[in-house]
Design a protein around this ligand. Structure first.
Ligand code: SF4
Length: 272
């Protein structure tokens, strides 16, 4: 093969593996859309492909219907990634199917853990009980990382009010879980619980059946407990563990690119 061809091949490799977006891009997007209504921002970003190929990451949890409805109004074929951990409440799976049908979502991808990894590292299915970080790694972090490698950006449903670790989240940030430079977009970050409820009521969106039973934040069944009035909405997640997340997000940053100091290890923050 000619030396020229081999050189071209290396050039392509370098281009393909470079970061898609940088911190400067995230700061610029935050400034462009400062003050823009959520639906308008989403419409511009999705229709004009300002963030490239985008997927929604959804747990189909307590408030998931709002983001999914907003996205479906613009393009119901937008890919939606659901982590099929094998540990969800039956109510969540039924709610997921209800929302898919009601919103007309056309590309919901169920991401399952690698069967070989499960057999090797969680044969009993009880790893959550003695090593929840390891369990989340197998059932959430790795399957999502594999799928997100195909996208330039992800949309999350995170809100600032959900937990102290989310107070300073910007709308646009860089996903630093790997070096690909994907954008992570948090369209609902400034929404209050009252605004979410009002939107759900206005658009007749169904409520996750466990909300009425005292679960304002819903993840896998072994790691989700009821929350008492006045408690942090996410305090029912991994209760009793020094863990508030499952490793897909890192502590939030403001739109200047500065992040708060946290006591969590790098790469750890609530996922949904
Ligand atoms: S939330 Fe619990 S059951 Fe679900 S993947 Fe993480 S540790 Fe495992």
């Amino acid at each position: 093969m000619a030396e020229e061809q081999r050189t071209d091949s290396r050039k392509v490799d370098r281009i393909d593996t470079g970061p898609r977006f940088t911190e400067a891009d995230a700061v610029r997007l935050n400034r462009i859309f400062r003050g823009t209504e959520t639906l308008d921002m989403l419409e511009t970003v999705l229709r004009e492909k300002m963030a490239g190929d985008i997927a929604v990451v959804s747990s189909f949890g307590a408030e998931s219907s709002v983001l999914l409805h907003l996205v479906a109004r613009i393009d119901p074929a937008t890919p939606v990634l659901f982590l099929e951990t094998g540990k969800h409440f039956d109510e969540t799976l039924a709610y997921r199917d209800l929302l898919i049908a009601k919103l007309g979502l056309r590309d919901v991808r169920k991401l399952a853990p690698d069967p070989a990894a499960l057999a090797e590292k969680d044969e009993s299915g009880l790893r959550w009980s003695y090593d929840p970080d390891g369990c989340c790694e197998i059932r959430k972090v790795i399957p999502l990382a594999k799928e997100l490698a195909h996208f330039d950006a992800s949309l999350t449903g995170r809100k600032a009010f959900q937990a102290q670790s989310r107070t300073n989240l910007p709308r646009f940030e860089i996903d630093t879980t790997d070096a690909q430079g994907r954008l992570k977009i948090n369209p609902l970050v400034t929404w209050s619980p009252e605004e979410l409820s009002a939107y759900m009521e206005e658009h007749d969106l169904p409520v996750h059946p466990l909300v009425a039973q005292g679960y304002p934040s819903i993840g896998c069944s072994p790691c989700t407990s009821r929350v008492a009035p006045g408690e942090d909405p996410r305090s029912g997640r991994w209760r009793g563990w020094d863990k508030t997340e499952c490793g897909i997000h890192i502590p939030g940053q403001d739109d200047t690119g500065n992040g708060p100091e946290g006591d969590l290890p790098p790469g750890y923050d609530p996922v949904f």
